[in-house]
Design a protein around this ligand. Structure first.
Ligand SMILES: Cc1cc2nc3c(=O)[nH]c(=O)nc-3n(C[C@H](O)[C@H](O)[C@H](O)COP(=O)(O)OP(=O)(O)OC[C@H]3O[C@@H](n4cnc5c(N)ncnc54)[C@H](O)[C@@H]3O)c2cc1C
Length: 458
């Protein structure tokens, strides 16, 4: 519990209306898109970096834990306030501060939605590449916290490859700046360290990102397969042929059915798998490249490869893919999202084994994922009224162990949070983990910033 005089102090910093303390209001912030829940003692909406600094100084003095929150769409328990304390909600710090088109940079506050930055840039012929499927609501701060990926990250790289500099409030309330607009900065790459740290080093209050010019030509295709393995082999073969599409997304039969019913994107309901393949770049050579991709699909027994005829058709294909997580809800009242990654040449055998895990546990598993990155997102369907959640979590852990056994990782892009803390030992030794823990202590010796996340709890 937070003392009444501390609440008053916090209200004096941000204004009475920006501090929530009633049970009803706090319940709205006890969850994210994972299965964990924990009630915060207060939720605070700062509007400036100075507010964040003062809130954190107060929390530090009183030894109150605090958790940064964007939109709470992360899938690993990252913004669940497991020890209570303060949720610092950054949605009111939502300004695009600068578009420096000449130098291919943008400066934003953490509460800006990823899609708002994309759309603002698109009007001017530029774009910001990391595009999580949740981009309509995922905030720039949250994507920095999770080092988010997305369909276009296959070609362009994930969030860390686009963050040039950060302003961050340390857990003692000091404000630091690291990196900047230049390509190479002297000293340690602290921005690189902070991206993906899930709010455990402090609260990011300003982000400088790299932006890109829109490609001259885009070609989007839907390749239709009779088997999941043929689709997975195609992914591997396209890249092995030296072709780097902007995206290579896969959906299995379960997902196709749900998405088609919801988005009417034109996906074939009788196919076992589809790939959305997007090529982008110069006009010159694009036809030749797309013919080559079609040949590789055909070599892997693709039933059909449809090329989107215009922007409207392309848009429809993407609406289908980007609404897949939502559409899956039609298949069952609950689902648990796994997130692992394997070298893409091992995708076909891994997918086969994921199907087997589903059969062993008698759980339905739908697959939709950024296949080009080797990312897997098996969605385990269940009904919390009738299924033991521990069985679901156990199946999820088995999938992560499978990824680890294939030289993969236990998180492709959704972070570790609470959910995958124990899985960290599948891929890191105690020495590896201790170096990371010591890093946390450098930034946060009192362990107040998003405590108990990322590391196994002994
Ligand atoms: C339907 C759906 C589709 C998704 N698709 C993708 C996808 O394609 N790719 C992908 O990578 N993820 C995806 N996600 C997961 C999620 O959307 C991303 O992790 C996203 O980056 C989270 O953004 P958020 O604003 O919701 O952050 P939150 O969930 O609020 O926070 C995420 C983490 O970042 C920390 N954090 C938030 N703001 C700050 C800040 N200002 N400073 C420091 N730390 C901060 C939080 O403490 C937490 O640990 C998807 C989720 C859903 C529900």
């Amino acid at each position: 519990m937070i003392k009444e005089e501390t609440i008053t102090e916090l209200k004096n910093i941000v204004g009475e209306g920006n501090v929530l303390t009633s049970t009803l209001e706090r319940i709205l912030y006890e969850y994210d898109a994972s299965v964990d829940r924990a009630l915060p003692d207060a939720v605070i909406f700062p509007t400036t970096t100075e507010h964040v600094s003062q809130i954190v100084k107060t929390a530090n003095r009183e030894k109150i834990p605090f958790v940064a929150r964007g939109s709470g769409t992360n899938l690993s328990g990252g913004s669940v306030p497991i020890r209570g304390g303060i949720v610092i909600e950054l949605s009111k710090m939502n300004q695009i501060l600068e578009l420096d088109l000449e130098n291919f940079r943008a400066v934003v506050q953490p509460g800006v939605f990823n899609l708002d930055l994309y759309n603002t840039l698109a009007e001017r012929g530029y774009f910001y590449a990391p595009d999580p499927s949740s981009q309509m609501v995922a905030t720039m701060g949250g994507t920095v916290g999770e080092n988010a990926g997305g369909p276009h990250c296959l070609k362009y790289g994930v969030t860390t490859n686009h963050v040039m500099g950060l302003e961050m409030v340390l857990p003692n309330g000091e404000v630091i700046e690291t990196g900047g607009k230049s390509l190479d900065m002297p000293g340690y790459d602290l921005a690189g360290l902070i991206v993906g740290s899930e709010g455990t080093f402090g609260i990011v209050t300003k982000i400088i990102v790299r932006i890109l010019k829109m490609p001259e030509e885009v070609k989007t295709m839907l390749a239709i397969f009779e088997s999941l393995e043929d689709a997975a082999q195609t992914v591997s073969d396209i890249i092995a042929a030296g072709i780097l599409p902007a995206t290579l997304e896969m959906m299995d039969k379960f997902t196709i059915g749900a998405v088609e019913n919801f988005a009417k994107a034109g996906y074939p309901l009788d196919a076992e798998a589809v790939l959305i393949i997007e090529l982008d770049g110069l006009k010159d050579g694009m036809e030749r490249l797309s013919r080559r991709v079609v040949q590789i699909c055909q070599k892997n027994s693709a039933r059909d490869v449809r090329v989107a005829k215009d922007d409207a058709e392309r848009e429809r294909l993407w609406i289908g893919r980007k609404s897949a997580f939502g559409a899956i809800a039609q298949l069952g009242p609950n689902y648990f999202v796994c997130d692992g990654v394997v070298p893409r040449s091992k995708l076909p055998e891994t997918l086969r084994q994921v199907v087997k895990i589903g059969e062993d546990y008698e759980l339905r598993i739908a697959n939709v994922f950024h296949a080009g990155d080797g990312n897997l997102h098996p969605l385990i369907l269940y009904d919390e009224r009738t299924t033991d959640i521990n069985k679901v979590l156990k199946a999820g852990m088995e999938i992560l162990a499978l990824c680890a056994s294939k030289d993969g990782m236990v998180s492709g892009e959704h972070g570790v949070g609470l959910e995958k803390r124990d899985a960290m030992r599948m891929v890191y030794s105690e020495d590896d983990l201790n170096v990371m823990k010591r890093m946390k202590m450098v930034f946060d010796p009192d362990n107040l910033a998003n405590p108990d996340k990322i590391f196994p709890q002994d």
